[in-house]
Design a protein around this ligand. Structure first.
Ligand code: ADP
Ligand code: ZN
Ligand code: ZN
Length: 733
């Protein structure tokens, strides 16, 4: 009998599905999109079930307006995974499904390819390559990038090239642009460029052979020091997958998806390669998504959101820099893309490889316990030698804009030898606070429990938590004095000070304030590699994925805030930063030197890190976590509640606590901590409270949350405060 009722998941913040009548002219299947009436509006949802029965009065149900697809949006396994994610991460199914779709599909566009602009070299362009481009640097950049493969407009955009450059090149007839809907599900007969391949060393070979022998699902950690040739291992693993007519999914952190990365893959493979990242517009994203789904691409490289792309025939999943915190989504569906990648591989029954020089403690623990294969690359293939590491004990030393005299002396030495110096300070702006010298009043954001950061360049005070900004105050709001002083050092101040300290050398600052524009990070990095600057200042975004062979001195200016942080992951993150920067500086002929400024040179984690390296550090950090019953030895969930009325939020979390503790699944190995004010107790005018649920077993936590959630939704204050659950949070603030 024909079903008469469709259940539809809609993007609304309610954890339920809605029922609609199926008009006789529509023939939906589960997993397709449909327009439905919802209140006064029309909404787009996904049909999750077809049935004859309803607990409601059938006569009151409204009919579906329109069904958009003939077949389900996702293959069944992927649909089930998305469903699982919605349950595990405690996020309504309708919103989860909606967020998992490319934007174009969310807006009701048909699931067909959209035309896009493709740029490629002409014959005379190729000839020009030999003759060079003189001072036309931008033109040269385009031409050199296009010599290996044609690129879509959005791929060129990552190079920070203005459209006028492309126009000029087009007028010279060195490049052409075609707008097309390309459908090529025929892969070339020669899949691999053999010339590009490297002879693997023994460890690389062992890794490739081991993974190639996996049948079905298994997770492998590729634990390889920076420059040990992990990427070469990925490439050769992908080669075997492609040879068998299957596809590969490669996840990279937000900042790692550079033209260099993409080119490395394009040089090696002749199969179509697609990318998915936040810089794409709707139709570009849909095209890439469809290319993977219809097997028009062999490899999909993407950031976090690429994970939920359907594949016709997935053969392997690779997660590069698996420890990177950008894999955890911080809003809506708060999923961890690395963990979901493992689930994805499991459900598709294919191998997954997690690569890192500094594996997360969670992953490392699974490798040490034998749950994952542990593949190691201990030698540097590219031939940079290990760095020399040391600390500067800054106790009692005068710090000039955050720099101690011994550090300044070392900088001078390295700079005078013609090398580059890199300084890390994880604080943007000029100074983290502006204070009255007479009475101690500090300019504070009225909406947050935080001080204003003083930005000299723009003459503003900005709150880094709610984004509000104000002109700089010149008078104390408490005593009226005009004697205001800055407190603490941010990257902007450091930059200004270095320009007076070392006027003969050029300084560049790389942080979120000055790399917002698309491609500007890329061009800044290029000018560093060209040696235009000698002193580089950065927050940790400078550390990720970039190699700086002429940098011979790296300094971390303030490590103490990480050693004594309320975030239990702070020391792990510091260790990762340290190893990442150490691995990226210097080369064989020019070994690098890494220096840490600290008041606590004797700190045991620092000692382990400096003298024994990451594995030893990780061992002792794991031991501490075990004693404290913290992840990976327990599973955490964080409940956050915020409200204009502090009491409402606190009361709500107290009700949550009572509900959890009274639940039959809450056992001896479950604990609740809180409610307590969040580390930032007020943000954007709202009071913030939090509660931590800690369970020894992940499975207990999952069952408990799933079973208790409906009761939590019904709590008296649940509709009066804004709240959410962050399952396995990465950030406890
Ligand atoms: P990782 O990803 O581990 O940081 P890469 O794969 O980028 O390391 O390799 C670092 C450098 O070493 C690259 O220039 C790469 O081409 C080179 N390389 C990798 N494997 C080999 C090898 N087996 N023989 C020679 N060079 C290699
Ligand atoms: Zn604020
Ligand atoms: Zn004052």
């Amino acid at each position: 009998m024909r079903p008469t009722i469709a259940r539809v998941a809609l993007p609304v913040p309610l954890d339920k599905e809605f029922e609609y009548l199926i008009p006789s002219h529509l023939f939906p299947v589960v997993g397709v999109r449909a327009w439905v009436p919802f209140g006064p509006k029309k909404r787009l949802g996904v049909i999750t079930a077809l049935t004859h029965q309803s607990e409601y009065d059938i006569n009151k149900l409204k009919p579906l307006t329109e069904v958009l697809d003939l077949e389900p949006i996702w293959p069944e396994k992927l649909y089930k995974l998305i469903y699982w994610a919605s349950r595990f991460y405690q996020y309504p199914l309708g919103e989860t499904l909606n967020g998992a779709m490319p934007g174009a599909l969310r807006k009701g566009k048909p699931a067909h390819k959209q035309p896009q602009k493709i740029w490629q070299l002409t014959e005379s362009g190729r000839n020009q390559l030999m003759q060079g481009f003189g001072r036309a640097v931008q033109q040269a950049k385009v031409m050199h990038t296009l010599q290996y493969a044609a690129l879509a407009q959005h791929e060129l955009a990552t190079l920070d090239i203005s459209s006028s450059v492309l126009k000029t090149l087009e007028q010279k007839q060195w490049v052409t642009c075609s707008e097309s809907i390309e459908i090529n599900d025929q892969w070339p007969s020669k899949l691999i460029n053999e010339e590009d391949k490297r002879q693997l060393n023994h460890e690389q070979m062992l890794s490739v052979v081991t993974v190639n022998h996996i049948e079905g699902y298994e997770c492998a950690l590729l634990d390889g020091v920076t420059g040990s040739g992990k990427t070469e291992v990925y490439l050769q693993l992908i080669e075997s997958v492609i040879q068998q007519g299957q596809q590969a999914l490669v996840l990279v952190p937000e900042i790692g998806l550079t033209p260099q990365t993409i080119n490395r893959f394009k040089r090696r493979f002749n199969v179509p390669i697609e990318t998915i990242h936040s810089g794409l517009n709707d139709s570009e994203r849909l095209n890439a998504w469809l290319a993977a789904k219809n097997k028009e691409c062999g490899i999909l490289i993407g950031t976090r959101s690429a994970l939920l792309t359907p594949f016709a025939n997935l053969g392997i999943v690779i997660v590069d820099e698996e420890h990177d915190s950008s894999y955890k989504q911080q809003d809506s569906l708060r999923y961890h893309a690395r963990d979901m990648a493992i689930m994805r591989a499991h459900s598709e029954n294919v191998p997954v490889v997690l690569g890192s020089a500094t594996p997360s403690l969670e992953t490392l623990n699974n490798a040490l316990s034998g749950k994952y294969l542990h593949l190691k690359l201990t030698e540097r293939a590219g031939g940079a030698s290990p760095t020399k590491n040391s600390v500067i004990d800054v106790k009692g030393l005068y710090l000039e804009s955050g720099l101690s005299a011994p550090l300044i002396a070392q900088m001078r030495k390295h700079l005078q030898q013609g090398n580059q110096v890199m300084l890390f300070l994880n604080r943007r702006g000029f100074s983290p606070a502006l204070m009255c010298h007479e009475c101690g009043w500090i300019a504070e954001c009225s909406r947050c429990d935080a001080y204003y950061t003083f930005h000299q360049g723009s003459s503003e005070m900005r709150c880094h938590h709610c984004g509000s900004q104000k002109p700089v105050v010149h008078q104390c709001h408490s005593c009226g004095s005009t004697h205001l002083v800055t407190v603490g050092v941010g990257t902007e101040q450091l930059e200004a000070h270095l320009e007076t300290l070392f006027p003969e050398f050029k300084t560049i600052r790389i942080d979120r304030d000055n790399t917002r524009r698309k491609g500007s990070l890329e061009s800044a990095l290029e000018s560093i590699r060209n040696g235009e600057y000698q002193i580089l200042i950065g927050t940790q975004m400078l550390a990720k994925g970039h190699h700086f062979p002429d940098v011979t001195l790296v300094a971390l200016l303030d490590v103490d805030s990480s050693l004594y942080s309320s975030d239990f992951r702070a020391s792990e993150k510091l260790a990762q930063l340290f190893i990442q920067v150490a691995g990226r500086a210097g080369r064989a002929s020019k070994p690098g030197h890494v220096v840490l400024q600290t008041h606590h040179p004797e700190h045991s984690l620092l000692q382990a890190l400096l003298h024994k390296g990451y594995p030893e550090f990780a061992q002792s950090a794991l031991m501490e976590r075990r004693v404290a019953q913290l992840p990976p030895y327990a599973s955490l969930s964080l409940f956050r509640a915020e409200s204009n009325h502090s009491q409402l939020a606190e009361d709500f979390l107290r009700q949550v606590r009572q509900t959890l503790e009274a639940h039959p699944l809450f056992d001896q190995q479950c604990w609740v901590l809180g409610p307590t004010p969040a580390p930032m107790a007020k943000r954007a005018g709202k009071s913030r409270w939090q509660l931590i649920l800690q369970c020894q077993l992940r499975s207990t936590m999952q069952k408990l949350l799933m079973s208790a959630k409906p009761a939590l939704d019904m709590l008296p204050n649940a509709k009066k405060v804004r709240w959410h659950i962050d399952v396995e949070p990465m950030d406890l603030s």
